[in-house]
Ligand binder design. Structure first.
Ligand SMILES: Nc1ncnc2c1ncn2[C@@H]1O[C@H](COP(=O)(O)OP(=O)(O)OP(=O)(O)O)[C@@H](O)[C@H]1O
Ligand SMILES: [Mg+2]
Length: 307
């Protein structure tokens, strides 16, 4: 690929994360370019504190692109990376597709079953390549205290709300076993439905926005899927109108399938709840709106009271 020569022919089509309807938390910029043969996407950060994470995203995406053997899974190839003193960016092919809300709103039951089965198979594929690993209570507690500290610095959250959330969360973290056996190896890292694109012919799914996570476990991908199917995270961020009743019914159906399927794994039965709790707590430091804080608080309380 002669990326340097190509750039002379490029036409910029769009330049904002609004193309997806889901605003990302990292503030990355998404640009779509076209030349005579190809349309491609450039993901850029100008936040040099965030840049190493975006770089890791490109590394992880490349690794999975190279090792992927699931025929229905499309992982955009990293075509080129670029770096300057005040930016980092990478480029990949653009996949013309639907987001999950556009897709599920007009989906039949068999379309939904087929998507959920593909996602389950992706998690199982990673599970087969992961190994049971002892994770200490200290490791989870370190992360928990780190999140507490970062949350205390987020001034848009009332002190009482912070205290309330962490007092309730303490009850879950204080009763953790000293060591927990969890599969560690491979995962997407941020497998919410906003990072999955759907093809018109319904045969393939595209996985975007890979993320390094503090424990590379397939459990993280189940947690992220259920962040949407059980708690409607991405639905609440979506900026276009949609049939809410239909989406809630679809999500309820999807959630039940995921939960029922993974119940055969003891790591899921034993540790899903604490990982889901930690997942929502980890968003708190980055919450910029009152509505996000109250959404997180409600979800965290639901996780804690869920038996
Ligand atoms: N290769 C691609 N093909 C088609 N659309 C893409 C592609 N990459 C990104 N997009 C669109 O841009 C949206 C945002 O991309 P992405 O999920 O990578 O970033 P983000 O969620 O804004 O950022 P972050 O989660 O890192 O803060 C996607 O939901 C998708 O609609
Ligand atoms: Mg995203």
């Amino acid at each position: 690929m002669h990326a340097g020569r190509e750039r002379r022919y490029i036409e910029k089509l769009n330049m904002n994360t609004e193309i997806s309807g889901f605003p990302g938390l990292s503030g990355c910029i998404i640009e779509v370019f076209r030349n005579t043969e190809t349309t491609y996407v450039r993901k850029i950060t100008r936040d040099m504190i965030y840049a190493p994470r975006l770089k890791k995203q490109a590394q992880k995406q490349r690794e999975f692109f190279l090792k992927n053997s699931l025929p229905y899974l499309l992982i955009p190839e990293i075509i080129r990376e670029d770096e300057g003193y005040d930016y980092y960016s990478f480029e990949m092919p653009y996949y013309r597709s639907k987001n999950y809300i556009e897709f599920f709103q007009n989906a039949t039951r068999s379309d939904i079953d087929s998507i959920v089965n593909k996602l389950i198979e992706f998690v199982e594929y990673n599970l087969a390549e992961s190994s049971p690993t002892e994770i200490t209570k200290e490791k989870l507690l370190d992360k928990y205290y780190d999140v507490q500290k970062k949350t205390s610095e987020n001034s848009i959250i009332d002190i009482e709300v912070k205290e309330d959330i962490f007092r309730q969360s303490d009850s879950i973290f204080s009763v953790l076993e000293d060591s927990m056996s969890i599969p560690v190896g491979y995962c997407h890292g941020d497998l919410t439905f906003s990072n999955i694109l759907f093809n018109k012919d319904k045969k393939e799914i595209v996985l975007l926005d890979w993320l390094d996570t503090f424990i590379e476990t397939p459990l993280q991908d189940i947690v992220k899927l259920r962040q949407d199917s059980k708690y409607y995270w991405s639905l609440n961020l979506y900026q276009s109108s949609f049939d809410r009743t239909k989406m809630l019914l679809v999500m309820e159906y999807v959630d039940k399938k995921i939960d029922t399927y993974f119940a055969k794994h003891s790591f899921y039965n034993d540790y899903y709840r604490v990982f889901q709790l930690l997942n929502f707590l980890r968003i708190l430091p980055y919450a910029k709106k009152e509505s996000t804080v109250s959404f997180l608080k409600k979800s965290i309380e639901a996780i804690i009271s869920d038996q």
